[in-house]
Design a protein around this ligand. Sequence first.
Ligand code: FES
Ligand SMILES: [Fe+2]
Length: 331
Amino acid sequence: MDEQVIEAQRGYDALPLPFGWFAVAMSDEIAPGTLKTCKYFGTEVVVWRGEDGVLNAVDPYCPHLGAHLGLGEVIGNDIRCPFHHWSFNGEGGVTDIPYSDSIPLKLKRGCLPTWPIEESLGIVYVWYHPRRAAPKWDVATADEITQEGWVCAEKHDWVVKTHVQEITENGQDYAHFRAVHGTSGPPATEFKMEGWARRNVVVSEMTTPRGPMTGKIDTWAQGPGQSITRFTDITQVTMMQQITAVDGHTTHVRWQLYHPPGISEGKMRVTVARMRDLVKQVNQDIPIWETKRFQLHPLLVKNDGPILAYRRAYQRFYQFEDDEPTLVAAE
Ligand code: FES
Ligand SMILES: [Fe+2]
């Protein structure tokens, strides 16, 4: 069957894109004086870091005659368009027009739409909102990994052909853990919403090189794009996950896996095995994610997990007020 017909059947066209903070790059991909065109949210965001180290994010097309700013250059703290060398600051204001000695005030104040941008623990986040309303919460951080000696042992990323909502639904789908990942026993679980965040605590039997043991998985998901999961048994692993919609059918998943300092050789072996197992689990999920459809009315039974509670809570990331202010009054 035609690829496009199959894709249409999967139901993702019916799901909008949620608003929130989403990772668009790793910090070290954008050195001072460089820029990057980030292709997310079904659009493009041009991100640059000035010589002052500060990140800025704008729409791709120059308001003058429409050149792509991703082909431009960072000059000082500003971005310069490749076409007629207009320069813009991080507020989207024109700072220089090389062939004109008067810049209209309107252009100086801002004529290029900007995106809120933040940086945390080596990740660059942009606030996406379909109406470009201001951020509603802050980027979440994990205090323990900012402590002396914590090690970012592994980084992974995957581009998966599915809608962003489906990735985190997987964590609520308890019955697949045994079928897909081979973990045994029905987990004891907790699911609750705290403001814009979702908290999941799962106590389950896990397979380790030393045999099955009880472990705790504690997830804090701040908005739809970011989660922090702490795996605790005889070892401790903190997983930072960012999931970003490339478009409604494609999602970029990023992981950074951390462990505490000074652990014994034996515990290190278990830690490494845990990390390997987590990566293995995503690779087990991907073929299912990439071919499944969004089942709007799933046939759920006892012990399926809090899938509907998750979907209900997720709705808030699609809703906005009609009078929600926009950050940029671009013409
Ligand atoms: S199109 Fe950008 S300066 Fe003319
Ligand atoms: Fe899974």
